[in-house]
Write a protein that binds this ligand. Structure first.
Ligand SMILES: [Cu+2]
Length: 458
């Protein structure tokens, strides 16, 4: 072995720590504002659940106990882990009421990730079954403070209940995804954030809503984008608004401000071609207290990201998201013309160039489990900056080309629309990551089909 390689391995092993966590899923009362209490479902009686923290390279062991009345399973959104730990009903038996399951994995990347229910999602996540997972790195940007902001909305009755409503509102929910007028940041309505003057903070923003497209706007105050789904980008990018689709994350630098300044955290209208019209909404307010010293430092280049392929690379797979009429359901949400589609396997180490087309007339957030990709182009146009992603928006009638390389983590994986109602209605594809022996692929595919029908999708 080459001496420098050996040294690196030794260093990684000695620095690695194990972080132990316990999450208990249950129903509990949660106050979203002074006189609004809901029957939430969540972790450790909090909405969101506790923020789990680790350093890049650490091992995380999380014992999840299910005290709900129905099975659940926990997905670690954005973590490049082994297939068996991905937390879907394709790779594990859901955790039955009263049972526990221990998730055990290494977090190989620094960034803003999250965990959430991947079972009966449109109900379990709507009620609060999510939390943040923050992975830090010693080479991170040095700021004066960090916050995690988890965006959500809830559709509640006048009695603060989660009723689905009549036939028409059910149909609208199936079509649009469930959006509600109760707007939450970190489980609270009209959340008030206080900053110190003269300081610059890192905000890790996670869109954990069922279907809402959150177009972040700080009253016109410019901010700097420094990180996306898969961690730091190359250089900070200044912006006054950014779209976060369900499942997506962005980290921004905010400040410095002068004492006494105030502004709101808004979502600007975004027309995703739904029945319900999008409006500008206020989610929270920020006020600036007296000054505190700043240690903020940022390098010109935060990290280098090598492109996996050129923009004109030829796709080796085409995937189509569409919506079709259905006698049984009125409307079906399809991948390659099927609900809960089976897609071909991919081989470890083989560059994937996927063209994902959306032939429907509405937007869909495409999420790939377990691996990061780079967006090469959207409708023939390269993105503004290179970044690592696990979730990307597919605008209506669009073609999005992505590149990624399957790492050495064989097993069952999936991609799907992150509008939970669309996912549940079938807008997903299963595929296997396989080694050189193609016989593995066939046996895994058979397993998929069987498992899919046993699962809780139907
Ligand atoms: Cu969708």
């Amino acid at each position: 072995m080459h001496p420098t390689i050996k040294m690196t391995i030794t260093k990684l092993t000695t620095n690695m720590k194990t972080k132990n966590y316990e999450l208990v899923a249950s129903e509990f009362s949660w106050s979203i504002s002074a006189n609004k209490t809901i029957k939430a479902w969540g972790f450790n009686e909090m909405v969101p659940g506790p923020t789990l923290e680790a350093e890049k390279g650490d091992r995380i062991v999380v014992k999840v106990t299910n005290n709900l009345q129905e099975p659940t399973v926990i997905h670690w959104h954005g973590i490049q882990l082994a297939a068996g730990m991905d937390g879907t009903d394709s790779v594990q038996t859901p955790i039955a009421p009263g049972e526990s399951f221990e998730y055990n994995f290494i977090v190989p990347d620094a960034g803003t990730f999250w965990y959430h229910s991947h079972q009966n999602e449109a109900v379990q996540m709507e009620r609060g079954m999510y939390g943040a997972l923050v992975v830090k790195d010693k080479d991170d940007v040095l700021t004066d403070g960090e916050r995690v902001l988890m965006i959500d909305d809830m559709k509640l009755t006048s009695k603060n209940e989660f009723k689905q409503g009549n036939f028409i509102s059910k149909w609208v929910e199936r079509h649009d995804g469930r959006e509600g007028s109760t707007l939450l940041i970190n489980g609270l309505e009209n959340n008030e954030i206080r900053m110190r003057a003269g300081q610059t903070e890192r905000w890790r923003i996670i869109n954990s809503s069922s279907a809402r497209y959150f177009r972040l706007f700080l009253d016109g105050t410019p901010f700097k984008i420094i990180s996306t789904d898969g961690g730091l980008i190359e250089r900070p990018v200044e912006a006054t608004d950014i779209l976060l689709v369900p499942g997506e994350r962005v980290d921004i630098l905010v400040g410095p401000f002068a004492e006494g300044e105030t502004f709101s955290i808004d979502s600007l209208p975004y027309n995703r071609m739904t029945f319900l019209k999008s409006r500008r909404n206020t989610f929270a307010s920020v006020s600036v207290d007296k000054a505190a010293p700043s240690a903020f430092q940022i390098p010109k280049t935060m990290r280098a990201i090598a492109p996996l392929a050129s923009q004109d690379a030829t796709p080796n797979r085409n995937i189509n998201f569409s919506v079709g009429a259905s006698l049984k359901n009125g409307i079906d949400f399809l991948v390659n013309g099927e609900t809960h589609a089976s897609d071909k396997p991919v081989r470890i180490g083989e560059l994937q160039i996927w063209e994902v087309s959306n032939t429907s007339l509405m937007d869909h957030p495409f999420h790939l489990h377990g691996f990061f990709f780079q967006v090469l182009e959207v409708n023939g146009k390269a993105p503004e900056f290179i970044s690592w992603k696990d979730t990307v928006n597919l605008p209506p009638r669009s073609k999005v080309k992505i590149a990624w390389i399957p790492g050495n983590r064989p097993g069952s994986w999936m991609y799907h629309c992150h509008i939970l109602e669309h996912h549940e209605a079938g807008m997903m594809g299963h595929f296997d990551v396989v080694g050189q022996d193609s016989s593995t692929a066939n046996s895994h595919n058979g397993h998929h089909h069987q498992h899919h029908h046993l699962g809780a999708h139907g």
